[in-house]
Design a protein around this ligand. Structure first.
Ligand SMILES: CCCCC/C=C\C/C=C\C/C=C\C/C=C\CCCC(=O)SCCNC(=O)CCNC(=O)[C@H](O)C(C)(C)COP(=O)(O)O
Ligand SMILES: Nc1ncnc2c1ncn2[C@@H]1O[C@H](COP(=O)(O)O)[C@@H](OP(=O)(O)O)[C@H]1O
Length: 342
């Protein structure tokens, strides 16, 4: 007969029949509960539902492109990951659209501004708009630094070309420069080192080449999910009182037991305080996260293949999991990056 794997979990003391909990401190009750339901490695049901919005958005975008007659009649050009400009099925299907140029293309600036406005102004992390370094502010900054390092490694620089460009090469892609023989393209080629010629998308474009043949992870999907998920996961636990974002989260403590995340909060037992007003920080983060969602939907509808979008989502989720979920199961990592809302 198969044995069921179990783990020890500390559960809250149930109220007495008259509805009051006893005043006397009581030892925690240890119960045998199924591993999966309480695993600190897994998000809560509410978190799962929120995170599912991302793959749901990619599916919705693909549905729009499959059903919209304008998209179906337009010519898709794989080497530009977009529809032919002259046949663009919508304003948002053009790379030159205002929101792409001034929001997504400099997306990390907006994400950074929203993040630090929230961290500096929300009372759950420290005295609003006062230069006081609290543990919560420091740990929030540590989370930002790790997420930013991943963004840099994936899209900007990773000991040379970024991971997106390297994976494109690993999957057989190359910079096809043969067809452009203008003077400026020739000058550009002469200026490039062999390394650049072979490896970066930006350098390839700058000499009029076509980055073709490999798997091109969607940088837009990656950046929009990474930045907005970071913002949601920071501010939702600090502004909502819902169990699924707060005490229903499970953590493994140094003694190996699995407990409610609420026990990590010392000064306000149960969780950190939730201020009545949203404040500028939350409003700014909401705005950036909302805009990111819209641009994610537009990217899903008009750019890339479904598999390129899926790998963009996968890379972003890996980073988000490492910073926002893994610390619950690994106490040493939790000491460094902490958890929002405790
Ligand atoms: C292991 C390698 C990583 C090494 C890094 C080590 C340490 C650094 C760690 C943390 C840094 C901490 C702080 C950094 C301080 C400030 C950074 C934030 C300020 C900025 O945001 S400045 C840069 C703004 N640039 C952007 O926002 C560009 C966003 N665009 C893109 O990422 C891409 O254009 C794209 C993904 C949207 C797609 O590109 P295309 O395919 O369309 O070309
Ligand atoms: N929502 C969107 N709006 C406009 N352009 C988009 C877009 N999503 C992706 N693109 C464009 O599609 C190309 C591939 O994007 P990515 O790999 O970052 O997902 C990029 O073109 P350019 O590199 O020519 O600007 C990018 O600007």
């Amino acid at each position: 007969m198969a044995t069921r794997r179990t783990t020890r979990v500390e559960v809250p003391i149930p109220p007495t029949p008259n509805g009051n909990t006893s005043d006397k401190p009581q030892p925690p009750m240890l119960a045998d509960t199924p591993l999966v339901a309480n695993s600190p490695f897994l998000p809560t049901t509410l978190e799962t539902a929120l995170i599912a919005i991302y793959p749901g958005t990619l599916l919705l975008g693909s549905l729009i492109s499959a059903l919209n007659p304008a998209s179906r009649n337009a010519t898709y050009l794989p080497h530009t990951q977009a529809y032919a400009v002259s046949e663009a099925p919508s304003y948002f299907a053009k790379k030159s659209n205002f929101f792409n140029v001034y929001f997504v293309k400099i997306g990390w600036v907006w994400t950074t501004l929203a993040f630090f406005l929230f961290v500096a102004s929300h009372s759950s992390l420290g005295p609003p708009l006062r230069l006081k370094l609290t543990k919560r502010r420091l740990q929030a900054t540590a989370r930002y630094v790790v997420v930013t390092a991943v963004w840099i490694a994936v899209t900007q620089w990773f000991f040379g070309p970024p991971i997106i460009d390297r994976s494109f090469r690993w999957t057989g892609g190359k910079c096809d420069v043969m067809f452009d023989d203008t003077r400026s393209a020739r000058a550009g080629r002469a200026d490039m080192s062999d390394m650049e010629k072979a490896f970066t998308h930006a350098a390839c474009k700058s000499i009029g080449g076509q980055w073709a043949g490999g798997h091109d992870i969607s940088g837009h999907v990656f950046l929009l999910i990474l930045g907005s998920a970071m913002l949601w996961l920071e501010f939702l636990p600090a502004v909502l009182r819902m169990d699924g974002l707060r005490e229903a989260r499970r953590i493994r403590t140094a003694d190996g037991l699995v407990r409610s995340a609420a026990i990590e909060t010392r000064e306000h037992p149960g969780n950190m305080e939730v201020p009545e007003k949203l404040g500028y920080g939350v409003q700014g983060a909401l705005f950036v996260a909302g805009m990111s969602w819209w641009m994610l939907l537009m990217t899903a509808a008009y750019f890339h293949t479904w598999f390129e979008k899926f790998t963009g989502l996968l890379v972003a989720f890996t980073a988000i999991y490492t910073v926002y979920f893994l610390p619950r199961a690994v106490p040493a990592w939790r000491q460094v990056v902490g958890m929002p809302g405790v």
